[in-house]
Each structure stands twice: as structure tokens, then as C-alpha cells.
Design a protein around this ligand. Structure first.
Ligand code: PEP
Ligand code: MG
Length: 759
């Protein structure tokens, strides 16, 4: 590599870093032009940005042209050299630009003296964002080095601009911020920025002569915290929020019960003379370091949150100090899960958390308590206080200073949502029977939210997917057999006359356990699901033993195996199950019933082995979330490619139709438990291919049941046959949407489409 190449490469890195460290596009763009001009030794560098309608390109920054033309010089897409780079989305490198037929002279811009021209388009996900241009007085072609420099830089600048565009609504001053996790529905209120009176990081290391007094202060704080947590957990249990109470306690409960933690803090106070808050900080910092060395991410969050809570109590500034007159949206840097549980719901409409370093328990609790929240939002903490905000937990976004029309839209969504919920819930105890009298089994997907509603079992036909890993994720170590027996018994007893399908531990991919860290380049294709459990048969055996013991009284257990990609995996799990059964029969001296066993169809390969699978299992359940991800090669968690995650893709539709037909041919039940089963159009599509078993989240149950009761399978089957002849996802979706309209379900579809438009 010659020296010039080296310089260019170095400059490329520096410019990218400098530009992305600017807080706004307005600051970043002039800097970008200046640095590009210097690096390429051109006489001018300019950036033209496309308008929202993609009709014009406007000069937005320049180093070399007249500054007065910024914002004023405008070219239509296709007009002049800049417009033609934008239209063709292709680079243009010319030694003598004015002699090019497309050249267009713009007065007052100050281009007269330039001859050479190099323009590259700024593209993000196929969309034109602008054109970047360098020009020089000398009649010379810039050449390969400058071309590749500008093309590389354009790609990086485009994604910077795209992120900023998505934050700013061009029609108003409304800013829209995407978060990383969203929970609950919608909250519309004023934002109140809240910071703890003292944060753990800011605690100073101070000494005190009154060692006994400091120790007493710490012990009392701990005692009060324990009492307070017990009270809140009890209240949650009394309000049927058993699962939330479990999540609440499991975050810090183990730290409160940890005698060693208390001893360590006591000894820092008594032996070294630190004041109580300093001693807490020292011990927490030490433990965080140990947890970091062991890669225990969740424990680190829990420790920091726990330390923050104790320190706030020690200096008397806990969440209760927020004095509020009206319902607000709380904006915080980070929010310990314990405080989520304690938020005064009548005063807190929702919350926004800036840090994504927030404990997973915070999101789980917010979800469980149905508090609208968005976590991991990059917005300016200092400028949001007192502004109107909309927290859209469903689409994981926050709108700051929304226009009245946008607020109106959201209010309408809220009230339509409420109206429809009332409509659906009037029929929540009815069965899923279609107009032509086909009985559709409608089941629940559960993880944590299972124990909240006494009437729940009457609203469903059982549990179609119980994600056992959720409880594992909230624990600090692998749960014991006894602990698991308690969890499973509770669930089976709640649904005693109905089937409960428990999935064996499905970790890996996006679901990690702190105490079994899995670090992989490509986790979606890595050690996950059944691959983990067959490699760790003792974990699997403990889980299966617990399930078998829990069902002894009830007999309504079904077991299903996630992420099956090879027939041997089923055999291996069945062998472990058979060993567990034999052991327990010896232990209890009686026969233990073998539950129905199912395989999840989530890996495309296994869809071609339905015959062999049928000889090994009693039923199938399609995990459409993963099946679509693997069929279409689209990461289900990557927002950049979410538009390609398409349940109506003709290949997906044909695969689903074939799977239903194969299951019928081999006389096996087949269900769908991925998200598609709970979406109105998705459910119609499944019915059209003969699916009779759908399993979904609680919030979708009554809506799907309402729809099922208003459609005819016979008619849907005709639509299904047409869908299989089409090669275009939009046309397939339209078939089902038109049918829904014709059956009087248009408003449901419209409302959902409207919500999706907000995404
Ligand atoms: C699925 O993949 O569709 C599924 C139900 O499993 P999970 O979403 O838990 O991976
Ligand atoms: Mg899955």
C-alpha cells in the first residue's frame, strides 16, 4: 500500500469517528465537507440531501461553494449532474463537467470555476438520501482512490443521516426516538426527568468515627428494605400478580438474603471506618468486578440496582420522593426493577429509560404490570423535562412534542383499542367455533404471565406453548428439581382439565442464561434449543423429572422439543425421558404416565422429514418466528431487515400449506405457536390451509377468537387455494384482508394496519 492510500485510509477512519461523535446532523455535515475536501485535495466538497418525497436534492452543506446557497440551491432528481447521480444511483467521475450534456448551470452557487466532478449517491437500505460531490478547478479525473474513498464514506454517512432522519419528523418539531425494548401499550403525558438524589457512582468515600452508629444505620436500612419488599410482593400476590412478585423478589431477593454481603459491608464499616454508604459502594464495586470477570451480566445489573436502592435509602432519597400532582411519564437514566414495582400507578403513566444497561427484570416487571415503557432510548436527557411525550411501548418508540393531530391519532388508537377489547372480551368465555361449525383450538403461549387470572383456563383451550426458559432466565443458578416441580405443578393444577404443552429449555440465540454464558459469532445458528439440552443431559433429565412428577396428580402435561434439526435429537430426548420415567417409577413404586411428545418445526430442514418425525412424535407445533427467520435468512431481531420478515412470502405460505397437508397425511396433530397464529390475517391464512390449533399471547386470544367465530373455513380454503398460485406477498395478504372486510372484520384489520404504519 503506498503512502497516499495509507493517508486516505487513516482519514476515512478519523472522519467517520469525528462525524458520528457530533450530536446533530447540522453540526456534522459542514465538518464532513471540510474534512473530505482536505483529504481529497479537491477545491470543493458539497452535500445535497433529498427531501422526504424524494423529488428534490437540496444543497445542505458545502466547503467551496457559496455558503449563501445552502438550503436554497435545489435540483430535481434527474436534473443536472447531481440529480443524475441521484436518479441513476451511480457514481459519476468527470474531468470536464461543464461539457457533459447533463450539466446544469446554477447561478449564485459559485460553481463557475470548477471543471472536474466526482459525485456519489448516499443510499440507505436502497433509499436515496442524498448526493456527495467533490469538484476541482483542474481538468482531471479524480481516479480510483478518491472514488472508493467517497463511496465508503458515503455508506457510513448515509446510515448516520438515516438514524437522525428517523429521529426527526420533517413536518414538525416532533422528535421520534426508537428504543431497544418496549413494553405495554401507549401512554400520553408530560415528561418528568427524575434522577436519584445521589447516584451510586457519585458516592464519596468518607470515614466516620461513629462506627457502631454507621453499622446500625446500614442494618436498619436493610431491614426496612426487606420489610418494604415483602409488603410490595404481598400486595402484588394479592392482586394476582404472582409472577410479577416472583420476578420482583428474584432480582434482589438473593442479595438481601445474602448474609455474606451484609458481613462484608459491616466489616468495611467496623474494621476500616467507612461511612455506611461508602462501605456499600466499596462492596458493590468489588462484587461487580468479580461478576464482570465471570461474565455474569445480569448479576452486574442487579448488584448496581441493589446498591443504588440501599444508597438512596441511606441518604433518604428513594423513588417515593417524587411528588406528583398529575399523571406523568417518568424519564430516568436507569430504573431498578424494584422501583418499577413500587411506582405509584395512578401518577406514573409510563416510563422511559435511557440506559440499555438496565436489568432484564425491569422490562419483565414492566411487561407483567402492563406499564407502557421504552428502554434504551438515546435522547437528550436535559431537554425533555416538561415536554409532552407519547410512550409507544408496542412499537418501542417515544415521540417528543407530538403535533396535536398525532396525539389525536394516538388517543383514537387508545380508545379504539379499548372499544375493541370490550367487544372481544364479551365473548372471551366462548369457544372458537367458525360459522361452518369447525372447532378451532385456541391456546395460550405463556412464560411468566401464567398465574394471574383465575378465569384464564376458561378463556383458552389450554397452553400451547409454555416457555420454560423464562423462569430459568429470572433465576440466579439452574433451578433445582424441587423448585421446578413447584413451578410446573402450579401451572398444571391451574389448567387441570386442559392440556399444558411445556417446551424443554430453549436457550441460546437471543435467550441467554447468566449462569451458562454462551459467546458465539452467530448465535441464531449456534448452540441453542435442543442442541444445548442433549449436550447437557443432566439439565434435561432434571427438567423432565420435574415435569413428570408435577403431572402425577393431573395428567395434562405435553412436552415439546424446540429447534429440532435432526431426527437423532428426538431420539436422544426420548431416551432421557424414558430414563427419567424408569427412575421415578422405581422411586415411587408406581407407573408414571408418558406424556404426549411433540416436535417444534422451526428449522426448514426438518419440514422435509415429516414422515420420519411422525413415527417418533405425537404432534407438531410450528415455531413460525424461527421458521420464517431461517427460511428467508432474516434475523428476527434485526430492525434493519424487519421489512423482509414476511409471513406472507409465497415460500412461507406454501411451506405452511405443505406442513398442514403432511401432518394430515401422517395422522398427527399440528399447531402453530409463533406470532403469526395471533395475528388476525395470519390466523385466517392458517385456517385456509386446514390448521385447527393456534397458540398465542394472552393479549391476542380474545381477538383471534372473535375473528374465528365470524369466518367460514370452507370459504377460506378456497382463498387458500388461490394464495398458493400467487407469487407476491402483497397480493396474498390482500386476499385475506379482502375476505376479512367482506365478513365485517374490516375495522380490526384497519386498526392493526394503522398501528403498523406507526412503526
Ligand atoms: C417460534 O420460534 O416461533 C417460537 C414460538 O419460539 P420462540 O419465539 O420462543 O423462539
Ligand atoms: Mg423458536
Amino acid at each position: 500500500m503506498d503512502e497516499r492510500q495509507n493517508q486516505i485510509l487513516l482519514a476515512l477512519r478519523q472522519i467517520t469517528e469525528e462525524v458520528s461523535s457530533q450530536t446533530s446532523v447540522e453540526e456534522a455535515l459542514p465538518l464532513l465537507c471540510q474534512r473530505i475536501r482536505q483529504t481529497t485535495k479537491a477545491d470543493c466538497c458539497s452535500l445535497y440531501l433529498a427531501d422526504a418525497g424524494k423529488k428534490f436534492l437540496r444543497l445542505s452543506a458545502t466547503d467551496g461553494l457559496s455558503k449563501a446557497a445552502i438550503g436554497k440551491a435545489v435540483l430535481r432528481i434527474g436534473e443536472g449532474l447531481v440529480g443524475s447521480v441521484g436518479k441513476k444511483q451511480q457514481l459519476l467521475d468527470l474531468a470536464d463537467a461543464p461539457s457533459h450534456p447533463a450539466f446544469k448551470y446554477l447561478p449564485d452557487v459559485g460553481e463557475d470555476e470548477f471543471f472536474s466532478f466526482l459525485g456519489v449517491p448516499l443510499l440507505n437500505q436502497g433509499e436515496l438520501l442524498g448526493v456527495l460531490v467533490i469538484q476541482s478547478r483542474e481538468k482531471r479525473q479524480f481516479g480510483e482512490l478518491e472514488e472508493s474513498f467517497l463511496v465508503t464514506l458515503a455508506a457510513q454517512v448515509a446510515s448516520f443521516i438515516a438514524v437522525n432522519n428517523s429521529n426527526r419528523d420533517s413536518q414538525s418539531n416532533t422528535s421520534r426516538y426508537k428504543g431497544e425494548t418496549g413494553t405495554g401499550g401507549i401512554a400520553i403525558a408530560k415528561a418528568i426527568v427524575w434522577q436519584p438524589g445521589v447516584s451510586l457512582e457519585d458516592v464519596q468515600i468518607l470515614y466516620s468515627e461513629e462506627r457502631e452508629l454507621q453499622q446500625e444505620l446500614f442494618d436498619q436500612t436493610l431491614f426496612q428494605l426487606q420489610t418494604e419488599m415483602d409488603r410490595v410482593a404481598l400486595e402484588m400476590r394479592e392482586n394476582d400478580k404472582t409472577a410479577a412478585a416472583f420476578g420482583y423478589m428474584s432480582g434482589y431477593g438473593h442479595l438481601l438474603d445474602d448474609g455474606e454481603f451484609q458481613d462484608e459491608v459491616d466489616s468495611e464499616i467496623i474494621e476500616h471506618g467507612y461511612v455506611a454508604s461508602s462501605a456499600v459502594k466499596i462492596v458493590i464495586d468489588r462484587r461487580v468486578k468479580q461478576a464482570q470477570e465471570k461474565g455474569q451480566r445480569q448479576l452486574i445489573f442487579d448488584l448496581r440496582d441493589f446498591g443504588q436502592i440501599i444508597v438512596s435509602r441511606l441518604v433518604h432519597t428513594n423513588s417515593k420522593d417524587v411528588e406528583l400532582e398529575e399523571s406523568v411519564v417518568l424519564v430516568v437514566r436507569s430504573l431498578p426493577a424494584a422501583w418499577v414495582a413500587e411506582l405509584p400507578r395512578s401518577k406514573i403513566a409510563g416510563f422511559v429509560c435511557l440506559d440499555n444497561n438496565t436489568s432484564a427484570h425491569t422490562a419483565i416487571l414492566a411487561r407483567d404490570l402492563a406499564i407502557p415503557s421504552v428502554i434504551g432510548v438515546h435522547l437528550d436527557f436535559s431537554s425533555i423535562d416538561g415536554h409532552n411525550v407519547i410512550v409507544d411501548g408496542e412499537h418501542c418508540q417515544v415521540l417528543v412534542d407530538p403535533l396535536p393531530s398525532v396525539v389525536g391519532e394516538y388517543e383514537q388508537l387508545l380508545s379504539q383499542g379499548r372499544e375493541q377489547t370490550n367487544l372481544y372480551s364479551a365473548e372471551r368465555l366462548e369457544k372458537g367455533i367458525t360459522l361452518d361449525k369447525k372447532r378451532i383450538t385456541i391456546q395460550l403461549n405463556a412464560g411468566l404471565n401464567h398465574a394471574e387470572d383465575d378465569e384464564l383456563w376458561q378463556q383458552t383451550d389450554g397452553i400451547g406453548l409454555y416457555r420454560t426458559e423464562i423462569a430459568f432466565m429470572l433465576a440466579q443458578t439452574f433451578p433445582s428439581e424441587q423448585q421446578q416441580i413447584e413451578w410446573y405443578t402450579k401451572l398444571l393444577s391451574q389448567f387441570k382439565s386442559l392440556p399444558v404443552c411445556m417446551r424443554t429449555l430453549d436457550i441460546g440465540g437471543d435467550k441467554g442464561l447468566d449462569y451458562l454464558p454462551i459467546k458465539e459469532q452467530n448465535p441464531a445458528l449456534g448452540w441453542r434449543g435442543v442442541r444445548v439440552t442433549v449436550d447437557q443431559p443432566q439439565i434435561l433429565k432434571t427438567q423432565l423429572r420435574a415435569m413428570l412428577q408435577a403431572q402425577r396428580q393431573y395428567g395434562n402435561l405435553e412436552i415439546m422439543i424446540p429447534m429440532v434439526s435432526r431426527i437423532e435429537e428426538i431420539r436422544q430426548v426420548k431416551n432421557v425421558l424414558s430414563d427419567a420415567k424408569t427412575e421415578l417409577e422405581e422411586q415411587y413404586g408406581c407407573t408414571i404416565r408418558t406424556p404426549r411428545i411433540g416436535a417444534m418445526i422451526e428449522v426448514p430442514a426438518i419440514a422435509y422429514m415429516m414422515k420420519e418425525l411422525s413415527s417418533l412424535v405425537d404432534f407438531f407445533s410450528i415455531g413460525s418466528n424461527d421458521l420464517i427467520q431461517y427460511m428467508l435468512a432474516v434475523d428476527r431481531a434485526n430492525p434493519k431487515v424487519s421489512r423482509f420478515f414476511d409471513a406472507f412470502h409465497p415460500a412461507v405460505v406454501r411451506c405452511l400449506a405443505e406442513l398442514a397437508a403432511k401432518a394430515r397425511e401422517y395422522n398427527r396433530d399440528i399447531a402453530v405457536c409463533g406470532e403469526i397464529a395471533g395475528s388476525p390475517l395470519g390466523a385466517l391464512m392458517l385456517l385456509s390451509f386446514g390448521y385447527e390449533r393456534l397458540s398465542m399471547n394472552y393479549s391476542e386470544l380474545s381477538r383471534v377468537k372473535y375473528i374465528v367465530r365470524r369466518v367460514s373455513v370452507c370459504e377460506l380454503e378456497k382463498i387458500g387455494a388461490v394464495a398458493l398460485t400467487l407469487d407476491d406477498s402483497t397480493a396474498i395478504r390482500k386476499l385475506y384482508s379482502d375476505y376479512a372486510q367482506s365478513m365485517g372484520l374490516g375495522r380490526i384489520i384497519e386498526l392493526l394496519e394503522k398501528q403498523n404504519l406507526e412503526q
